[in-house]
Design a protein around this ligand. Structure first.
Ligand code: ADP
Length: 494
């Protein structure tokens, strides 16, 4: 009998459900957007109750429209926006406040204090992360410090903490309080080498251990849920980026994926040894199923990726749709010497320059919308290449780059990435890498697939971009990018 796996893909703006068949093909999908709450400048919240409701209705619609009987579904997997923090009452299930979203900067001051107290080295040694408001730990501290009564209730064991996977699991299973290693590794509270919550960090942030979930592998039975009257195991969990790494079949050291979305997230599998990283990269847990050796990944991000194309579309009105950028960029033979450094919100790794702002260099009277569009697309590839370069310098030569996310549909961008990074770029046959990762983890635990080798066989196909650019041309272009970044940073006095 054909077996299906249902993935719940809970993102930053929408809750999706995708049903996969045993050949890893997506057979149905449903999606519900949810409310983005911006109480103040720089603050971002979600209503966890709304997320759960939207996730359930997406799930029901997906299964209903697939025509597949729920009894033919073998397993449910969850992948989620990472770091977003939920605290709720163990008895009533009521969240004590809105979820604080990964993008929210409200705890930047707490982070500055932790840095001033000299905790940076300790945090990176234990967690693999840099101290930043992005991660859950300081968001949890903020809730305990600011929601009336929260700390006392947490100390009495009445409140639970979880990232969104954990919240959904608790709701779906009627009270299983667990998360997986990939999500735990984004809290800034978890020791990724010893695989346990770190007492020193719990103390530094004043977090009672009683509110923390149990941490498990990314593929095992956590509990059971009801899908349209049928009891199904929930048996795969991974944070969105680690899920995409798994869904792209990056199981071996050196295999990497880049998600070209609003921003870009580059993750490379480093195998069983925890890498020693510098230059602003971070180390994180890779998704591994129960019984498999635990793996690590190295991660770097680009703040403005596809967002540069949105800027051309919405602010400059050079294009009408993002997809039009491909044709426009290809209408000119080269960038004509123009470089865009889209440091709209600062620059990430390897620069970590929060004060830098965007700049355009090398323009002439002849620089038109097409040249600008080309420079914008190229900037996505250059920024990705900066990450690839520091990964190479950290002793991790990438063997190939697997691409996903909205902007990976741009053929000009993919070819330019292959050219500038001198690396094969592969696009998977299915664009649903993130949801597929959770489905694969759940399906492995439920026995839909025997092992990773069987999965690998199913992930073949897709589009391959091979480097065609000469070494001289590559060096010339990269030199221009390097000078553009340096000049951009010099403007802001850095
Ligand atoms: P997210 O998950 O971050 O919302 P998506 O993976 O849906 O992002 O990708 C959307 C981003 O990709 C947008 O910034 C959009 O401008 C960009 N994008 C989408 N299609 C293309 C394309 N064909 N060429 C270039 N950029 C694109």
């Amino acid at each position: 009998m054909m077996k299906y796996v249902l993935a719940l893909d809970e993102g930053t703006t929408s809750a999706r459900a995708v049903l996969f068949d045993a050949e890893c093909r997506a057979v149905a999908m449903a999606q519900r957007e949810f409310t983005q709450i911006y109480p103040r400048a720089g603050w971002v919240e979600h209503d966890a109750v709304e997320i759960y409701a939207k996730q359930c209705s997406a799930m029901t619609e997906c299964v209903a429209k697939s025509g597949v009987s729920p009894s033919d579904i073998a397993a449910v997997g969850i992948t989620n926006q990472r770091e977003t923090t939920v605290v709720w009452d163990r008895r009533t299930g009521e969240p004590v406040c809105n979820a604080i979203v990964w993008q929210c900067r409200r705890t930047a001051d707490i982070c500055d204090r932790l840095v001033a107290e000299g905790l940076s080295g300790y945090v990176s040694e234990k967690t693999g992360l840099r101290i930043d408001a992005y991660f859950s730990g300081t968001k949890l501290k903020w809730i305990l410090d600011n929601v009336p009564g929260a700390r006392a209730r947490a100390e009495r064991g009445e409140l639970l903490f979880g990232t969104v996977d954990c919240w959904l699991l608790w709701k779906l299973t009627g009270g299983v309080h667990a998360t997986d290693r990939t999500n735990a590794s984004r809290t800034m509270l978890y020791d990724i080498s010893a695989d346990r919550w770190d007492d020193g960090l719990l103390k530094a942030l004043g977090v009672p251990a009683a509110m923390l979930p149990e941490v498990r592998s990314s593929g095992e039975v956590y509990g059971y849920t009801d899908v349209m009257g049928v009891r199904l195991p929930v048996c795969g969990i991974a944070g969105d980026q680690q899920s995409a790494l798994f869904g792209q079949g990056c199981f071996e050291p050196g295999e990497a994926k880049n998600t070209y979305g609003t921003g870009c997230f580059l993750l490379a599998n480093t195998g069983e040894t925890r890498p020693d990283v510098k230059n602003g990269l971070i180390v994180t847990a890779a998704a591994t199923e129960k019984g498999a050796p635990k793996q690590f990944a190295i991660e770097g991000s680009v703040f403005v990726g596809g967002a540069a194309i949105q800027w051309l579309r919405d602010e400059l009105r050079v294009i009408e749709r993002s997809a039009d950028s491909e044709k426009l960029a290809l209408s000119v033979p080269d960038n004509g010497g123009a470089y865009l450094v889209p440091a709209f919100v600062g620059l990430g790794a390897p620069y970590w320059d929060m004060r830098a702002r965007g700049a355009l260099f090398g323009i002439t009277r002849g620089t038109d919308g097409a040249a600008l569009c080309r420079a914008a697309l190229e900037s996505i590839a250059y920024q990705t290449d900066d990450l690839i370069r520091v990964m190479r310098e950290a002793g991790l030569p990438l063997t190939c780059l697997k691409a996903d996310g909205g902007a990976s549909q741009n053929r000009f961008l993919m070819q330019f990435q292959a050219d500038i990074s001198d690396l094969e770029v592969l696009l998977p046959p299915s664009p649903e890498a993130t949801a597929l990762g959770a489905a694969l983890l759940a399906g492995l635990a439920a026995g839909v697939w025997r092992d990773r080798a069987e999965i690998k066989e199913k992930l073949v196909g897709g589009t391959r971009y091979s480097p065609l650019m000469s070494a001289e041309e590559r060096a010339r272009l990269l030199d221009g990018w390097k000078r553009a970044v340096a000049a951009c940073r010099a403007f802001d006095g850095n």
